[in-house]
Write a protein that binds this ligand. Structure first.
Ligand code: 5GP
Length: 142
């Protein structure tokens, strides 16, 4: 397994060096929208502390990520009038991981609507802004 690369895309987003559609943050976690959503409202929850994935994350940071993941999932049900939530989390290339800063995917689902394939469709800035606003409003109302 490789180490943690301080210049991975999500580390740059955390440092404000790359833009992101931010939804939420607290002292240990940060939430933003996936730019290639598999369904509208697809969000990513990450720890602020460096961690490559599930295999090296500190247990306290993992617990914080999971607590935020539950908040985001509950808010996404309301914000996107979802019928369900798919949670995904990939580790190492063989496990499907592409970006090497731990992240959990929360994807709102509708009955009978399949997920888009991963990383195939880049959402418009206009839609990402609208979806981030909806999810943020639902989180603030919780
Ligand atoms: P994974 O490592 O979980 O397989 O996939 C990484 C995820 O990050 C993909 O869903 C991809 O669409 C998303 N992603 C890749 N680059 C960026 C980026 O620059 N900004 C955002 N917001 N998401 C990204």
């Amino acid at each position: 397994m490789g180490g943690y690369d301080n210049n991975n895309i999500f580390a740059k987003i955390l440092r404000g060096e790359l833009p992101a559609h931010k939804v939420y943050e607290d002292d240990k976690t940060f939430v933003f929208l996936d730019i290639m959503p598999r369904a509208p409202g697809h969000a990513l929850i990450i720890p602020k502390a460096p961690a490559r994935n599930l295999l090296d994350v500190a247990p306290g940071d993992l617990a914080a990520v999971m607590a935020t993941t539950q908040k985001v999932a509950r808010a996404a049900m309301k914000a996107f009038d979802a019928a369900g939530i798919t949670m995904q989390q990939f580790n190492e290339p063989a496990g499907g991981q592409v970006v090497f800063h731990l992240h959990v995917h929360i994807i709102p689902r509708q009955e009978g609507v399949p997920l888009k394939p991963p990383a195939t469709f880049k959402e418009t800035t206009e839609n990402l802004t609208a979806h981030a606003d909806r999810l943020r409003a639902a989180l603030n109302a919780a």
